[in-house]
Unconditional design. Sequence first.
Length: 261
Amino acid sequence: MPGLVRVSEGVGDGFIRIERVRAAVRLVGEVRELGATTEAGRHHMVEQLLGLVGCAVGGAVHDTGYGLGLKGGIAEATLVGFDREIIDLFQAHHTHGSDFNPYHDAVMRRSDVLAGGVFTSTNRDLVPRADWEGSEWINEYARPARVDHFLCSMQIVGTTSGIGCGFMRAARDRPFSDEDREVLHLVHLGVGAFYDVSSPRRRLTPRMRDTLDVMLTGASDKEIAARLDISPHTVRQYVKAILRAHGVSSRTQLIAAAKRT
C-alpha cells in the first residue's frame, strides 16, 4: 500500500503511515540518547507519545505485583497529564491490584503466552464491551475523571513483574485505532525495557525496600511491623515477595545473598 509500512505482527494488520513511522523512530532515538531507564528518558517518551497517539494522559509503570490477585505492586511510575481525579484512577491499580483494570486482567490471564515479549493492544482488542463498561474501574474511577479509551503496551518480566506504558483518551473522543496501537508498539520495541529490573531490589515497591532493610538487621516480623508502623499481616506478605524477588526461600539465604552483593 502506498505510504504505509508494515512494522510488526501485532494484534492488527501492522501497518503505519510512513510519516508516523518516522516520528516514532525519531522518538526512539531521542529516548535512547536521554537514557531509556532514566526518568528524563521515560518522561520524554510518555510526553511525546501523548501527541503521537493523540490522547489526554499517559504513564510508564514498573509493577512488581503484576499477577492475578496481587496488590500494592506499583514500584515506579512516570505520569504525564494527570490531575487529581486521574491520579485516583491510577492509584486504584496499586490499591486494588492491576487486575482491577479489566484490560490488565485480560493480559494476566494470557501471561504464560505473553511473558518476555512486548504486547500492545487496546481495551477493545481484549475486553468485551459489556465487561469494560460494566467494570468497577470504569464506573468508579474512569468516568468521574472523564476518560475512557485505553491503549497499553506491556512486557511481562519474570512471573509477577511487568513494565508497561498506558494511555487514555477523553471519554468523548474516538477510540484508539489499529494504527495508534502499532505506533505505540513500534516505540516500545525500539526503546526496549524502560525500567532497570536487573537488581532484585529494583523489583520491590518502596515499602518493600524499607522492609528488606529492616529484615537484613535480623529483625522479626513483629519487630519490622512495629518499626515501620504496618500490620504483621502486611509484613508477612512483603517478606514473601522479597524472598521471591531474590530467588531464595529463607531469611538465612537472603542475608547470605545480600552479603555477596
